[in-house]
Ligand binder design. Structure first.
Ligand SMILES: *[C@@H]1O[C@H](CO)[C@@H](O)[C@H](O)[C@H]1NC(C)=O
Ligand SMILES: *[C@@H]1O[C@H](CO)[C@@H](O)[C@H](O)[C@H]1NC(C)=O
Ligand SMILES: *[C@@H]1O[C@H](CO)[C@@H](O)[C@H](O)[C@H]1NC(C)=O
Ligand SMILES: *[C@@H]1O[C@H](CO)[C@@H](O)[C@H](O)[C@H]1NC(C)=O
Ligand SMILES: *[C@@H]1O[C@H](CO)[C@@H](O)[C@H](O)[C@H]1NC(C)=O
Length: 467
């Protein structure tokens, strides 16, 4: 057996990194890929809301002032010339009229012109200019799609906050659902698009039609027309030409009310749902959904045979699979070490040696009994909620290639994943070909060998919910 292992080490962080550096580890420009970036956005939204609310209060105060003035001027309507003449003949009325026109009205008119809430408007502008761009938006739409398809979740469940078997108090809004409907349409998932559209319509659109039109990214009527066309193409309904659809939608949606849209979507869905065209789930998705058959005859034991260290502190070793050989070591890194590592990572450019990586290399030697050639880089990844790592054969990712430009690290006979955080839902590591699924557990390490059997394709499930 080779006595030098070039092991790829991946630390999976599934929690935020304790650091003041708001930049994401992999992508410094964007918010979407790290919990830290998202926390920053939450603070931004808070600041926006405070300013927005102050601005609304300032405007409200102005409206209140104007109303006080209008109330003070309440008097009977003088309709006829005689009535008016009688009114101004009274010296008190004549005085008041002249005085108001000379003194009050110019000031009031001036008051109406006075710009208000400039400080808040500027603050809001600043915040908006730092808001996430379409890259982040698209990443989150993709992440939502991944969660939906990986775990085979239904839009009606997601919308009301039900993820797998856990119901959350957080729910999606009308515009959240509509945005998802639009995304599904863009990527050609028309049935899902309709399902999301229906969820959107079940929720009360917030605000009047006017405000909806201002805020709507998606023009509802145009979207409904596009969806209807798609349905007819899909069902190869020759009777429904584009022209008839345009007419139909135009008629149905003239002065469209929400109810009309609901009816349209419902009737389209009825046709579509009867058509069972869903693609079968992939091996990866089955694994993430926990649908792989249970392996039998696996053992869990304390392994103290490999070296002197283990004789003192045996590691709990759980066989996950025999062929290929995959084992989970329990509690091999402590919480304290994980915290230390998180602190170090933000300072450590990927590829730089750290004292932590030295220690981890030693730990791997202890675990495996192999003498490790010093591994210069520990790769760390925070997948983020709904994040994703492409299915791959080992950890020789592009990121590592950058570090290992001369390919001195060579091929790996083994790979180890250390789990450095908890995920409450999702985030498993799946070996689709071998039908093996492994749950992440903080402090554990997963080890498998690539070269002895065949290289194992493996793929982490998207973290569905992070603690
Ligand atoms: C308004 O926005 C500014 C700039 O982002 C922020 O510093 C401030 O805390 C916000 N809130 C209030 C109440 O002004
Ligand atoms: C209108 O208001 C501005 C300041 O807001 C003031 O400088 C100007 O004199 C005012 N004009 C009148 C006619 O009151
Ligand atoms: C009907 O509309 C769809 C969607 O906009 C388009 O792809 C298709 O080419 C149109 N068909 C005709 C005959 O114009
Ligand atoms: C202990 O672990 C090593 C490395 O995984 C393995 O080669 C050895 O067979 C294990 N010993 C026992 C008793 O399981
Ligand atoms: C890669 O090889 C070149 C030429 O031998 C050398 O100059 C360079 O330092 C090497 N880079 C690394 C990261 O080992």
């Amino acid at each position: 057996m080779l006595n030098v292992v070039r092991a790829a080490v991946l630390l999976i962080l599934v929690q935020s990194i304790n650091s003041t550096d708001p930049n994401d580890l992999f992508n410094r420009k964007y918010y979407s890929s790290s919990v830290l970036g998202l926390v920053k956005l939450l603070k931004m939204e808070q600041a926006f809301m405070e300013n927005f609310s102050m601005y609304a209060n300032i405007l409200q105060e102005k409206v209140d002032n104007l109303n006080i003035f209008l109330d003070a001027l309440k008097r009977p309507n003088h309709i006829t010339h005689n009535e008016r003449e009688k009114f101004v003949s009274n010296p008190l009325n004549a005085f008041g009229l002249i005085r108001r026109l000379n003194q009050d009205w110019p000031k009031l008119q001036n008051y109406t012109q006075k710009p208000l809430g400039l400080v808040q408007l500027t603050a809001m502008q600043d915040i908006v200019s730092a808001a996430p761009e379409s890259f982040d938006m698209n990443e989150k739409l993709k992440a939502m799609h991944r969660i939906e398809t990986t775990y085979d979740l239904q839009p009606k469940d997601i919308a009301k906050g039900l993820l797998q078997s856990t119901e959350f108090i957080y729910k999606l809004s009308f515009r959240d659902c509509l945005s998802l409907a639009h995304h599904k349409f863009e990527i050609g998932e028309f049935k899902r698009s309709l399902l999301w559209f229906r969820e959107a319509l079940k929720l009360n659109a917030d605000g009047s039609l006017e405000i909806m039109n201002i805020l709507q990214e998606i023009e509802l009527k145009g979207f409904a027309t596009a969806v209807a066309k798609r349905v007819s193409i899909y069902l190869s309904n020759q009777a429904l030409t584009n022209e008839t659809i345009d007419n139909m939608v135009n008629t149905q949606l003239q002065d469209a009310k929400q109810m009309d849209l609901e009816q349209l979507i419902s009737s389209e869905l009825k046709q579509w749902i009867n058509d069972d065209s869903t693609t079968p789930p992939t091996g990866h998705n089955l694994g993430c959904q926990g649908l792989f058959p249970k392996k039998s005859n696996l053992v869990c034991r304390y392994n103290s045979s490999t070296n002197a260290f283990l004789q003192l502190a045996p590691l709990k070793m759980e066989e996950v699979s025999r062929d290929p050989y995959i084992v989970m070591f329990h509690e091999v890194v402590s919480d304290k070490e994980i915290e230390e590592m998180k602190g170090e990572i933000t300072e450590m450019e990927n590829g730089k040696e750290s004292s932590f990586s030295k220690r981890i290399n030693q730990r791997i030697s202890d675990m495996t009994g192999f003498k490790l050639e010093e591994f210069p880089a520990i790769q760390s990844a925070n997948f983020g909620v709904g994040g994703y790592f492409k299915p791959h054969y080992d950890y020789y990712t592009d990121r590592l290639k950058e570090v290992d430009v001369n390919n001195t690290l060579g091929d790996r006979i083994g790979s180890i994943i250390f789990y450095a955080g908890e995920v409450s839902q999702g985030g498993q590591t799946v070996f689709p070909d071998s039908k093996v699924m492994v749950e992440p557990k903080k402090g554990n390490a997963l080890l498998w060998f690539n070269a002895f059997i065949h290289r194992q394709i493996h793929e982490p499930c998207t973290p569905c919910v992070q603690l």
